[in-house]
Design a protein around this ligand. Sequence first.
Ligand code: GUN
Length: 297
Amino acid sequence: MTIGKIIDGKAYAAGLRDTVADGVAAFLAQTGRKPGLAVVLVGEDPASSVYVRSKGKMTVAVGMESYEFKRPVTIGQDDLLDLIAELNQDDRIDGILVQLPLPDHIDEASVIAAINPAKDVDGFHVVNAGRLATGQEALVPCTPMGCIMLLKDELGDLSGLEAVVVGRSNIVGKPMAQLLLAESCTVTIAHSRTRDLASIVHRADIVVAAVGRAEMVKGEWIKPGATVIDVGINRVTDTEDGKSRIVGDVATAEALAHVRAITPVPGGVGPMTIAVLLRNTLVAAHARAGLAKPEGL
Ligand code: GUN
C-alpha cells in the first residue's frame, strides 16, 4: 500500500514570508516608508490574543510596521466604527484587520462594511467578495488563498479537476469555491445539510475540508489519488490518557492510504494564513501607492 505525501505548509509559508520580506524592502526603497498593518482586538479571548500576538511578531519580522489596537469587550459599536474611520484615514496604514469573532452586542457585518475595501486585507468586505466572485482583482481571504497556493504548488494546473469544498462559511468555504472556480475546477460546495456526503467527497480530485468538526471526513471517502486540504483546527481530548491535542476535519491517518497528498494539522494550512495576510498587506500597499503588484505575489 502506498502512502500519500504530507504537504509541508510550514515550509511553504516560510518561503512566502521571505518573498514578502524582499517585497517590503523594495517598497521601502521606492516609497521611503514601510507598509503598515493595523490589527484591532476587542476583548481578551485567549485564542484571539495568541493569534494577534503572532501576527504582530511576523509583521515586524518581514519588515512592516505593526499597529495594535486593543479595546475592552464593553466597547460600543459607534466607538469601534470611529476607530475604523480613523484607520481608514491614516496614510501609514495599508491593511486593517478586525479580529473575529466580535462580542454579541456588535454587528460584525457593519464593522466589516466600515473598512475601506482598499485596506481590507482579510478580504471580508462585500466589495472584495463581489470582485472575487466576478473575476476582478480583489483582496482575497487569507486562509482559502493559502489553500489555493498549496494546491497549485502540489498539482500545477487545476483546470478540469473535480473539487469538493466541505463547508460554506464566508471566511473559508465560499471564497474557496470561488478561487477553485477561477482555476477552472468543477466545484461542489457541501455542508451540514448535504445528503450522502461520503459519495460526494468520493468524486473529488481535490477535497477542501472546512467544517470545524473533528475528523469528520473519513479516509475511505477519499478517491484514490485525491489531494486533500484540511482547514480544520479542533481541540479534542484523548479518551485514553486524558490529554488534549489538535486535529483537523479529516481523519488523516486513515486518509493517508488513499491520498496523493494531504495537509497535516498542525503544520498544513494554519501557517499559511498569516503569511498570506502579510502578502495581502504588501499588495494593498502597492495598490495604494499606485505601484504595480510585486513580482511573485
Ligand atoms: N478569526 C479567526 N480567523 C480569522 C481571520 O482570518 N481573520 C480575522 N479577522 N479574524 C479571524
